[in-house]
Design a binder for this molecule. Structure first.
Ligand code: FNR
Length: 391
């Protein structure tokens, strides 16, 4: 039985005594509130995308080309009849939603990753923990329920292996290798503020705590500002990996038995190459439009990738999910689960733990209620027959 939609009853009941939610009830509202209250550099870091931000906008508007065709008489509107749970890459989730890996959450909250870990655990959904986190793999992993580790494969295989070993030891249930970020996209909002958090030592917790990384430093980074500067320079030399190839997925396969997903794939041939190399899943994503402006909307890339590798690998999706019906459309087009990004990050900055909980419950309740009203008692009911799509 699914109870996410109870959020609605909770709010209306509280409304009888005059209480209203202190936080906006839409993703757009959360973004507006974040713009009003966050430090401008933190807001720009989350909101910013590449160049003219056309792809970021297109990620959202692509959902307008699809409409649901709700069905009646299926008994799905009764919450007791609904079960939104799924198993993806061996991980059981109460709904087909994981928080997307978002780096440097310390910009938004001092316990950013831990808070997201705790809330996703409470709600029974997944969390994908970023390599570029402000907390270590071990700290965040200890607080999380079902979590996967996102690997920015550094330009040093020994360091990559160390990250993977740490994630396995800390209890990650799958690995997500991000393919679309051999370097950082051209992001005018951050450029205007001259703000790249990593250069200030932010978002480097996993590097600074890593024995392989630390062995490359003459002085421990905590010893002085100069030592931290040297560590940052070392990070600069290691972050970008221009040699990552599908063959590295085969190498990763030898390092661990955990399921492997490759994130940031838009072309079916790229998806095929990594699945041929041993990946269990691909995440169709353009990084929220933060890398290549002018790239196609991630949603528009989804059907062809499902058609190409969907019989051999799980296809997941992110970039542009803002509502419950967006989750339904992505799943109806063949995604097994979605990664949810910016809205909860804004909410983290606005209201910490309560904010993340609010933002995630909001999406899940919208998804749950809309599933029920569309005649879908389980995610298995989501297929193309539920869509009326136009191009
Ligand atoms: C990201 N994303 C990201 N992806 C990744 O693999 N590792 C990371 O560390 C980050 N960091 C990150 C920071 C911020 C501030 C944002 C907004 C995004 C990309 C993220 O996982 C996901 O692909 C996008 O957020 C999806 O786009 P929307 O739906 O959030 O717009």
């Amino acid at each position: 039985m699914s109870s996410f939609a109870d959020f609605q009853n909770e709010i209306y009941l509280a409304g009888l005594s005059g209480a209203v939610p202190g936080l906006p009830m839409t993703a757009a509202g959360l973004e507006r509130r974040a713009r009003e209250v966050l430090d401008p550099a933190a807001y720009a870091y989350v909101a910013g995308s590449a160049s003219a931000e056309r792809t970021a906008a297109e990620n959202v508007s692509a959902f307008d080309r699809h409409r649901l065709l709700p069905r009646m008489w299926r008994g799905a509107s009764n919450p007791g009849a609904r079960d939104l749970s799924v198993e993806v890459l061996g991980t059981r989730l109460a709904a087909p939603v994981l928080t997307a890996p978002i780096g440097v959450l310390g910009l938004l909250h001092e316990r950013g990753e831990t808070v997201v870990a705790e809330v996703t655990r409470e709600l029974g959904i997944g969390m994908v923990l970023s390599t570029a986190a402000s907390s270590t793999i071990e700290e965040a992993g200890a607080a999380a329920g079902a979590w996967w580790y996102q690997l920015y494969w550094p330009g040093d295989h020994e360091l990559a292996r160390s990250f993977v070993d740490r994630a396995v030891k800390a209890g990650a249930r799958a690995l997500v290798v991000t393919a679309d970020t051999p370097g950082i996209g051209w992001r005018p909002r951050d450029l205007e503020l001259g703000h790249l958090p990593f250069l200030r030592g932010e978002g480097l917790a996993n590097y600074l705590s890593d024995p392989v990384f630390r062995a490359k430093l003459a002085t421990a980074p905590e010893e002085s500002e100069e030592a931290l500067r040297m560590a940052v320079l070392t990070w600069i030399g290691l972050f970008g990996n221009h040699t990552l190839r599908p063959a590295d997925i085969a190498k990763l396969r030898e390092w661990t038995d955990l399921p492997i997903a490759v994130k940031g794939v838009l072309h079916p041939d790229d998806a095929r190459a990594v699945v041929d190399a041993g990946a269990d899943a691909v995440v169709v994503s353009n990084h929220g439009g933060r890398q290549v402006d002018g790239a196609i909307a991630a949603l528009d890339a989804l059907p062809a990738i499902v058609a190409t590798v969907g019989d051999r690998a799980d296809v997941l999706f992110d970039s542009g999910i803002r509502t419950g019906s967006d989750v339904m459309v992505a799943l109806a087009l063949g995604a097994k689960a979605v990664l949810y990004g910016r809205p909860w990050a804004y909410a983290l900055g606005v209201a910490g733990r309560d904010g993340v909980r609010h933002a995630l419950r909001l999406l899940l309740a919208d998804f749950d209620a809309t599933m029920g009203l569309s005649g879908c008692a389980t995610v298995a009911a989501l297929d193309r027959t539920l869509l009326s799509s136009k191009r």
